[in-house]
Design a protein around this ligand. Structure first.
Ligand code: NAD
Length: 369
């Protein structure tokens, strides 16, 4: 591999920076400088994360927190975690003394994110917390404050911010490829099974908006680069079959951004609703299909010369397979820890979504938190 003098200097600077910050990161020195993660909650998303970390060169699994000892022991064996690094929820705080654990991944039901983030921060561990960050704006603020007070980093697991098609789409819009953004259109939902914690207010904090509508909200923000300032919303429940005693079944909302761009989004727990967004600009449009774990597909058509001039088209799919989103996400947070950088999706990013979710629920006449 040939390397230019400039690249060499940059690598040298990075190596120096890594040496300069061991006490900030708290990551053990030595040959293995991978960041050690303790996974809190061993459900569906944790399984993706575990597999992603196993493929990462910056991260490793060094602890597990679970209410099911047998399941935790099986997973520990699979990922080379010693039994002494398995904790119950009640005794988790003891991991303060476990030097192999640098960070935690909070993969619990939404209403538990705040408590476990704050306890982890108090134990001196960096926190990667799943979306939605919390179920109330005040909780999100408390999580940020706890991480600051304990000098640990906080990242919200918005995995698409680290996905190449998403990054390309953001760059295309910032570079003006489709001209002035006028309108954004997005949906994301699914037909929920009975008995899911997601459809209880106590654990989900809300309905599909909290869980999957947040993808449309977050995309509208990263694509426009703006914060919405006006909201309208309507919610409904059609199926009175016990699944929606606590939360909305359907929710549609609109947002207006300071530039004047408008957004229209829908979410549901009552129908298969494949995730997508479309952005319409003065020079053309683009769309990305799927907020899922793989297969992001970008299509675009725009006229660089303006109205009536020949169009450029784009049709591109990310070929990477699951769990690559989780590899990229873990790599980003681990590098931030090792190099003392702020994550691209810090707690403040999660807080802004919580503030906007509150505004959307208010507009729909639903109370949150
Ligand atoms: P899950 O139900 O599969 O797992 C939740 C885990 O929490 C289980 O291991 C369960 O045993 C444990 N738990 C502890 N206390 C519990 C309680 N009182 N009730 C229920 N479970 C309890 O859920 P999941 O789909 O893995 O979701 C976990 C988090 O991850 C949620 O916040 C969700 O929004 C988020 N998530 C993110 C993505 C993403 O792509 N980033 C995808 C799915 C879920």
């Amino acid at each position: 591999m040939s390397i230019t003098r400039r690249e060499f200097s940059r690598l040298g600077a990075l190596a120096l920076a890594a040496q300069a910050f061991p006490s900030v990161s708290g990551v053990a020195q030595g040959a293995d400088r991978r960041v050690g993660y303790c996974v809190i909650g061993l459900g569906r998303i944790a399984n993706h994360f575990l597999r992603g970390v196993a493929e990462s060169s910056t991260s490793k699994i060094t602890g597990l927190v679970s209410g099911h000892r047998g399941k935790a022991e099986r997973i520990a064996q699979q990922y080379g975690v010693p039994k002494s690094s398995i904790y119950s929820y009640e005794e988790m705080d003891r991991f303060r003394d476990n030097k192999s654990i640098d960070a935690v991944y909070v993969a619990l039901p939404n209403s538990m994110h705040a408590e476990y983030t704050i306890r982890s921060a108090k134990a001196g561990k960096h926190v990667l917390c799943e979306k939605p960050m919390s179920v109330a704006v005040s909780e999100a603020e408390a999580m940020i404050a706890a991480c600051k007070a304990n000098n640990v980093k906080l990242m919200i697991a918005y995995r698409l911010h680290y996905e190449p098609i998403t990054l390309k789409t953001i760059k295309m819009i910032r570079d003006g490829a489709i001209g002035t953004v006028q309108a954004f259109d997005s949906s994301n939902g699914f037909n929920i099974a009975p008995g899911e914690w997601r459809s209880t207010k106590a654990l989900g904090g809300g309905g599909p908006l909290m869980d999957v509508g947040i993808y449309s909200l977050n995309a509208a923000r990263y694509l426009t680069g703006e914060e919405p300032e006006r909201f309208t919303a309507v919610a409904s429940t059609i199926d009175h079959d016990g699944r929606f005693n606590d939360v909305e079944e359907n929710l549609s909302w609109t947002m207006r951004f300071p530039s004047g761009a408008v957004a229209s989004c829908s979410t549901t727990y009552g129908a298969p609703m494949p995730g997508y967004y479309k952005v319409f600009g003065s020079k053309g449009w683009l769309e990305v299909a799927s907020f899922g774990y793989q297969g992001q597909h970008l299509r675009a058509s725009y006229s660089p010369g303006g109205r009536g001039t020949p169009a450029t088209t784009v049709d591109e799919t990310n070929p990477e397979q699951d769990p690559m989103h989780f590899v990229r996400q873990a790599d980003h947070f681990s590098r931030c820890i090792l190099e003392n950088q702020t994550p691209d999706t810090p707690g403040e990013e999660g807080l802004r979504d919580m503030q906007h979710i509150q505004s959307i629920y208010r507009a729909a006449g639903i109370s949150m938190g």
